[in-house]
Write a protein that binds this ligand. Sequence first.
Ligand code: NAD
Length: 487
Amino acid sequence: MATVTPRAALQWDYAPAPESRDAASLRESYDLFINGAFVAPTDGTRVQTINPATEEPLASVAFAGAGDVAAAVAAARDAAPRWAALPALERGKYLFRIARLIQERSRELAIVETLDGGKPIRESRDVDIPLAAAHFFSYAGWADKLGYAVGGRSFAPRGVVGQVVPWNFPLLMAAWKLAPALACGNTAVLKPAETTPLSALLLAEIVQEADLPPGVVNVVTGDGGAGAALVRSDVDKVAFTGSTAVGKEIQRALAGTGRGLTLELGGKSANIVFEDAALDQAVEGIIEGIFFNQGHVCCAGSRLLLQESVAEEVVRRLWARMERLRVGDPLDKNTDVGAINSAAQLDRISSLVAEGEREGATRRSISCALPETGYWFPPTLFLDVAPANRIAVEEIFGPVVSVTTFRTPAEAVERANNSAYGLAAGVWTDNGSKAFQLAGALRAGVVWQNTYNKFDPTAAFGGYKESGFGREGGPSGLLPYLEVGSA
Ligand code: NAD
């Protein structure tokens, strides 16, 4: 009898598909953008920004001192009356032009965002840059319709706004801040994060190209010192996205000054899966919820709550899916999980994960070859997590999810709401009324049903409790940038 040789299992893998770095040319050095021109920092301080995937220097970037920040605020102050007096339709046209230029330079912007921040090119290309353009488009349309956003009451721009943004979505956060501010007739000083200044500087070039009047948008790069100087300067309103600790400090600094403030801070959001959910779809949503942008997402679904009856099955499918995640070169179009943004953030993730193990939770990290240079952390899940464990309470801001279980919808709500934060939540169920009931009971600014991490310029985003206050996006995103009268 002939012996039957079993067919060899089909082995295949993706071929490398690197985006061409040459499509983006960076200057060796970048200045501050003040009053429509690039100017050197007064004391000459510059710091290299590096590629976190390779630790290679990308460009040397000016660090603004207090004097530079004051000059930017003065330029914005000078420009404010003329910008506010411009017919609203004209302001809208400038925003529209910026949106179009972002689209035109989208490939270059996506590459720079990935080089400077470590996020996969697929995300910069398909999420960050298109959404940044969409925010400018959306608020371009609002510029001459502000009366509808304020219910027919009288309104005026606040004046000069100071805006401080973090490193996780550098261009997108700049767009979230600048687009509504400008549409409402304010002028702005933007302070990007020190590890990801480049896309904001390209945006400054776009602002120049769009022929915006000098001083309407100013960009001061630098570290927390520049941010603190901006917050304490002669601005009429501060908008801050970043850590809760710095947010609290800013709130203390502004207390009693009469200046406007909105804070978009951290989160520890619950992603809740019921037994009646489409489980494969839910698993994709869990992956999207926590591994998108390496988990450097304020609304990341970092607390996974599984109904007890399906918990084992969901964990089994989730683990199988996690093992297929491709971690590596952020410029490769097939990469799912890129580099951690900085050495400091990698330290923070590593120490919280070590603490999770010390406190007795069971850690499972996928085994994948990580590049030898750069900052990397493998996608990780924690089982056997107690609600009081630090990994279940504190924001890790990395690719780490903790899993706990619940029995009833009421218990799911209680567990989800048992957090100092209140930014977002996900609910996975095929039962529409259950989803709506939960959405009402969850203390979270955004609740996604059968999806996660979906953003839209027309929808409001913001938190409760230690996740901050104020909303960005949609008509409610205009309100913090307006003085609204009673008449
Ligand atoms: P951070 O709050 O220190 O930095 C955010 C921005 O604020 C940066 O531009 C920074 O230069 C600036 N800044 C720092 N200190 C300041 C000060 N005293 N006054 C004014 N501006 C100041 O955040 P980080 O150190 O980059 O990250 C630490 C933690 O913050 C993360 O692990 C995460 O928990 C959280 N975080 C949240 C978000 C979010 O989108 N909600 C974004 C980034 C970081």
